[in-house]
Design a protein around this ligand. Sequence first.
Ligand code: HEC
Ligand code: HEC
Length: 261
Amino acid sequence: MDNSRRKALTGIGGLALSATSTLLAAPVFSNEKVSSVPWEYKELDSNLVAARAYRGYHKHGCMYAVFEAIIGELADRFGTPYSTFPFEMMSYGASGVASWGTLCGTLNGAAAAIGLVSKNPRKLINELYIWSEETALPNVDVAILSSNNSNTPNPVKGVSSISGSVLCHIIVAKWCKKSKKGIDSYEKKQRCSQSAASVAKKTVELLNAELNGTFKTQYRFTQETKSCFKCHTGTTSVKNNSQGKMQCTTCHTNLTGIHNL
Ligand code: HEC
Ligand code: HEC
């Protein structure tokens, strides 16, 4: 190799060469910035989305079910940017995040979808979460879930229960107690896949209402929970030592000896 050729390879030419091979090896990204949130929301049919969530649960679990039902439906009807979303990442949320029993995957997936397409995510999430604490779930009509997809089990109506919680551990424990069925039972999978459908349906109703300007807050914190906030949450409270908006007495069932209110 003569000097000029060596120079070209190790100098500017060499740089260009290695840059080209890096480009070839890397996954292809467009130069366009991924559009910032919120992505535009377009009206969806809540029953179709519910049925899709029911099917999705049996593929990648509860969080994927709700998120993919909403954003996947937008993707099928409107293409990009919705179709660019890596939906399968949402499988991490199954059974309260990798089976930890923390935040219910259906509510996690719903909040993610709301976070992506709503202009008022906190308002909609508050409404959805209080609704989910206070509503006997699942509450979806199984007739709308029947699918022609042979990979999806036939929906069977079962026991519904009020959880007073957004936490998978508490929701499932209360349901098991009431239904006398186990975590690994067919009925439990029915319960959670139908709850995914219920939550997806409710979420689409909220998003549609926001889009049409008809959204109204319907669910509020219970008087009791509000009273706890007064003394335990926020800088103007006496104690300012409680983080969160979950129903307090679901866990703090006995406050005698601490304070009598
Ligand atoms: C009128 C104000 C007030 C309200 C309302 C109130 N608390 Fe308290 N809470 C206190 C105070 C003050 C203490 C500290 C008691 C002590 O030091 O003796 C306390 C203590 C507690 C403690 C023990 C830990 C601690 O901070 O010392 C828990 C748990 C608790 N409250 C939960 C609740 C829940 C749940 C509710 C709603 C059902 C509630 N509180 C409503 C004022 C209140
Ligand atoms: C999912 C169950 C759960 C829910 C819901 C819950 N808590 Fe707690 N809370 C706990 C646990 C567990 C502790 C820790 C208890 C301990 O260490 O003694 C705790 C601790 C506290 C403490 C004591 C902090 C301290 O300094 O000792 C307060 C006050 C409290 N919670 C208030 C509330 C209020 C108000 C709500 C509702 C907005 C609420 N909690 C909802 C489970 C819960």
